[in-house]
Design a protein around this ligand. Structure first.
Ligand code: SF4
Ligand code: SF4
Length: 174
């Protein structure tokens, strides 16, 4: 395809387009200064976007009523993870009613693709993805989330209770 330009046509002049763009920018800037509430962009980090509670953001390890981890170290989440970013070390629990528990549970969040497969695979609602989406950090170690961060970070206010309760399951004979 060839484009034929007529010599001297106004469409070939650059200056009208440049001035129109500068005028639009000026008008938008003045409008934003006097109507900051209606601005499309957010003044991050002072002004943060609130996603729906259904948003699949940062992971949470849920806890039981006594505050201990709900995770049974079954490895289903780690097996389902397509990014191979969940590492779990299991140990026997001193309570014979609890078969196993994780002595270490880590998610390399820089590898995570936030697919939600770990949450889907978990049979006891021990890992969930919540509405938090910020993952700041200055060093590589900040992006390897351990049990302390996943279950007991300050934002979780003491831990998120799992929906699967062993006592109720035993009573119901499940
Ligand atoms: S969200 Fe997906 S990639 Fe991230 S830890 Fe879970 S299964 Fe792995
Ligand atoms: S989080 Fe759930 S799926 Fe993953 S090891 Fe623990 S109990 Fe199993």
């Amino acid at each position: 395809m060839s484009i034929v330009k007529k010599p001297g046509a106004i469409a070939n002049w650059y200056l009208p387009g440049i001035f129109a763009g500068m005028w639009f920018t000026l008008v938008t800037m003045i409008r934003n200064i006097f109507n900051q509430d209606k601005m499309i962009t957010k003044n991050y980090p002072e002004d943060k976007y609130e996603y729906s509670p259904r948003f699949k953001g940062n992971h949470v390890l849920t806890v039981k009523k006594d505050g201990s981890l709900r995770c049974t170290a079954c490895m289903l989440c780690a097996t389902a993870c397509p990014a191979d970013c969940i590492k779990i070390k299991a140990s026997e629990h001193e309570n014979p009613a609890v078969e196993k528990y994780p002595i270490s549970y880590e998610i390399d969040i820089l590898r995570c693709v936030y697919c939600g497969y770990c949450e889907e695979a978990c049979p006891v609602d021990a890992v969930r993805m919540g509405p938090e989406w910020q993952t700041p950090g200055l060093a590589g170690t900040n992006f390897s989330y351990d049990i302390q961060h996943l279950a007991y970070r300050a934002q979780l206010k003491g831990g998120v209770l799992s929906r699967v309760d062993d006592e109720e399951r035993h009573k119901a004979g499940i």
